[in-house]
Design a protein around this ligand. Sequence first.
Ligand code: GLU
Length: 568
Amino acid sequence: MEQKIVQYMAIIPNEYRRKNMDNNINLAELLFGNIDKTPDYYEEKYPPRTLGGAPVTRIGPSPTGFVHLGNLYNAMIGERLAHQNGGRFFLRIEDTDSKREVEGAVELIISSMDFFGIRFDEGASEDGDSGSYGPYRQRLRKDIYQCYAKELVKKGLAYPCFCTEDELTQMREEQISQKLNFGYYGKWAKCRSLTFDEVKRRIESGEPYVLRFRSSGDEQNHVKVFDGIRGELSVSENYQDFILLKSDGIPTYHFAHVIDDHLMRTTHVIRGEEWLSTLPIHVQLFDALGFERPIYCHTAVLMKMDGDTKRKLSKRKDPELGLDYYRSEGYVPAAVREYLMTVLNSNFEEWRLENPEADINEFKFSLEKMSSSGALFDIMKFEDVSREVLLRTPACKIYDEFSSWLLEYDPEFYELFTKDREFSEKIIDIGRSGNRPRKDLTSWRQAREFLSFYFPETFRLESSYPEKVSEADRQEILGRYLDSFSIEDDSAAWFQKIRDITADLGYAVKPKDFKKNPELYKGSVSDVSAVIRIAVTGRQNSPDLWEICRALGEAEMRARISRAQTND
Ligand code: GLU
């Protein structure tokens, strides 16, 4: 198929243009009499940025009340691309669809991005907007869109359409019955050929209308578009007279995107792949308006494994899609970013292994290392990354962050945890040093459960005692442990005492001896230790018991053993 890029202005026949020029100017005045600025005014007001070609990127979330992982994913790309290369990164609120807007949604977007450490150089912020390319909220830009809409009308590239819902439905039915493409195009585009007088009459009589683009594209033509992630794409030219302004004068996404990203001088439009299908409309508009196209970067949709099948993360089924999930579950922002970076750039994990302590921003992010097929979000892997990140986090920082989470989500435990900072930092660090440090903490919610046994108020017997140990032996073990315990003992002396109890009661000191000759023993040292461990921690698994006993202090430890003796 022949591939060519069509110049939209050029294909409108001269004769038509001459005849209609006056009409178009009159029509532009009729529709947009209130608009006195010209595109030149805005071009001057928002001049090309002087950044020596460094990237200018943005996110453009809609204030629907749901901020999702995809928003953060795209924000990280934009933020890295700009900040790594001396560019600018901004936040634009895409609030043209007031039906979907919920109260407080803008604040939610701002605070979510802030929570995840995404810093904007300009754009919408809590105390209004900052930056010289604003306003950064689309609803405040109505005059700007209308100015360009007026220009398109003047050039014969846009026209008002009065078709009602019913008429459009009827048109669609006819198209179905004739097995034709749906939509407003060619001979179906009834309002394309309305005379000026007709338009004037209908407007004066108060008929609502939308403004449509007059497309001269042909589905058979292909347009080449460079995508920063996917490389060169070839898309069918748009032939539909799509809507530029809705009946309330507010633009559609398509028109707002083109005007905003041009005037805000965005160099890279990073957005989800769901916009690929309307890309032909966007490039057509950029070309028709004589704007330089940005580099589009369409990111892969986030997927997850569901059994053996891969599917899109769904708002309804997967709470992990919403950013508020991470906050309320107490996953640290650094872990979420760290994990997303492993999804974003295939070489990140290798870099991290080589630079375990480095700041994530020292990693050189690149678009070339991004995959264009579905990005797999694996919650298990994310949790592994979270554990690694928390292991690298010093206890004093964990204390601070965990405390603020507790204050919001579990005030009762907050009281316990913050009573003695020294104690709390000590228990966080138990088992975290040495060659094989434990990775006990994953999230704050899990940490709250995990650390609960250290506090008398939340201590509970969670595991049952080993079956191999009789009730009488259990009493014996606990009694002898209490009698022999000394807080002065080092770890070796402490363990020797447990071994002595083990041997005296007929259990194997070495578990492998028990395995070899089970008939000779009642069990092994692991069973004896388990009894003490369960009495002290309530659990079968815990960090080093000697360290735990020391951290709890002698009195508390003795109290727990005594309680276990009475089965209380
Ligand atoms: N408002 C659009 C969305 O929420 C933004 C797409 C874009 O970044 O251009 O999907």
